[in-house]
Design a protein around this ligand. Structure first.
Ligand code: FES
Ligand code: FES
Length: 211
């Protein structure tokens, strides 16, 4: 469910200095030789020797996550979700489908909901990343978090961080949203336990009070 635009951020090649044409040319040269091993080597060597090109190994990256500036080293292929969960121990966003269909990995990028499994970590550089951990704390839950607790709007809870994150962005933009609007707005998030009735009540309450 989500108003998720799941925006496509700017081409990471701008930041990474990667050239799709150059990459394809490299593939062409390589595959004209004798196989995968010979194909990969020239590409990697070319990338490593070109100024401004990142990878294929790790490179230094700065992320702002829940208001904290963090430096880490990642390979250019690492998704934002994997960087958060595996490198920064920010495990609120969940890895379920890992292909942009379920919404369990939803985070806010500059306030807009996105699927963290479908964005590279490098694409989040110089942007504000907010996860469910950054929306509130146990002693100061935001309106959506509170409403989820009050309406017992979860079963296994695996989808919940993504729903809460997407819903928090939604109610901020759509105070007093109708049931239909909430259903459409959160259409990018799925709950396999089918806890939709409770979640709808929770988001509806939060929308009245703001989040
Ligand atoms: S894990 Fe990202 S959309 Fe399902
Ligand atoms: S509560 Fe289990 S997937 Fe939603």
């Amino acid at each position: 469910m989500s108003e998720h635009k799941h925006e496509r951020p700017p081409d990471p090649s701008d930041r990474a200095g990667l050239s799709r044409r150059g990459f394809l040319k490299g593939i062409g040269v390589g595959t004209a030789a004798t196989g995968l091993a010979t194909a990969v080597k020239p590409i990697a060597e070319a990338a490593a020797s070109e100024p401004g090109v990142l990878g294929p190994g790790e490179f230094p990256l700065s992320l702002n996550v829940n208001g904290r500036n963090i430096k880490l080293n990642v390979e250019p292929r690492v998704t934002l979700l994997d960087a958060l969960r595996n490198r920064l121990d920010v495990t609120g966003p969940k890895k379920v489908c890992d292909r942009g269909t379920c919404g369990a990995c939803t985070v806010l990028l500059d306030g807009e909901p996105v699927y963290a499994c479908s964005i590279l970590a490098v694409e989040a550089e110089d942007r504000q990343v907010t996860t469910v951990e950054g929306l509130g704390a146990p002693d100061r839950l935001n309106a959506v978090q509170k409403a989820f607790v009050e309406h017992d709007a979860q079963q296994c809870g695996f989808c919940t961080p993504g729903f809460v994150t997407a819903a928090s962005a939604f109610v901020r933009k759509h105070p007093n949203a109708s049931t239909d609007e909430i259903c459409r707005g959160l259409g990018g998030n799925l709950c396999r336990c089918g806890t939709y009735a409770g979640m709808l009540l929770a988001v509806s309450d939060a929308a009245k009070g703001g989040a």
